[in-house]
Design a protein around this ligand. Sequence first.
Ligand SMILES: [Zn+2]
Length: 285
Amino acid sequence: MKEKVIEDIVKEVLAKMNQTKDVTVDGSIPIAVSARHIHLQQEHVEILFGKDYELTKRHDLSQLGQFAANETLMIAGPKGSIERVRILGPVRPVSQVEVSLTDAFTLGINPPLRESGNIVGSSAITLIGPAGTVHLDEGLIVAQAHIHMNPQEAEMLHVSDGQFVQVEVKSERPITMNRVKVRVSKRYTLEMHIDTDEANTGFITQGTIGNIVYPEEVLLDRRQERSLITVSNPIENITVYEKKLLSKDDVEAIQENIIQINKRTIVTALAYDCAREQNKTIKIV
Ligand SMILES: [Zn+2]
């Protein structure tokens, strides 16, 4: 029984370690390139594919519960159409189509740059499926670049939900993206999502690493944090005291936890008491 408990604890610890394995204090973020895609509400699935039709899974996506469906649709605008646009599941409350600006030119539409889900007043688009057609009066957007992460990752990366950050990519054609939105949720896996135009600009492929560029004050904060860690490390926290007498006042004045003295130094009784009170060690060498 005991072995089982230990095994469970080890598993839990390993899971925690894996959760944060991609997070380093330098702010490196794996990038995923989102191709044009469609999110559908169930009513539209049934108009496009037939009554009671349900989307079928092709493969899971990195974000929990999200999947690429086997089903695709044609999308059409006033100037042109694009075939075989992938549907992503599961179904959502409102249908939405995300394209790159290059796609939008093909369609002859000028969609707004939006966060996924924010489609009020966005562009119209027509969806054509094997069983029917749906015209959306609004729902076509160019997706705002964003980074998904869980709360622990946000803490380690010194960012918070809704914040905009700058991300630098040191690729063959290096770019820095501004106004990348941070999105924090327990369900999220650390990953930055950009569209194909952004990816092409920076010669970015699936899994390329980007780095959050921190403003100077954040870097300064971090350096201070690091120096605090060093101070609290007892191994490096020694002062070498070489005077003939170590008094209570001297012990109080010394910041370090270990006061190293030599055999010739005289230590007063009050100095010893004070050291004990303040959790300092007087070490004779
Ligand atoms: Zn995303």
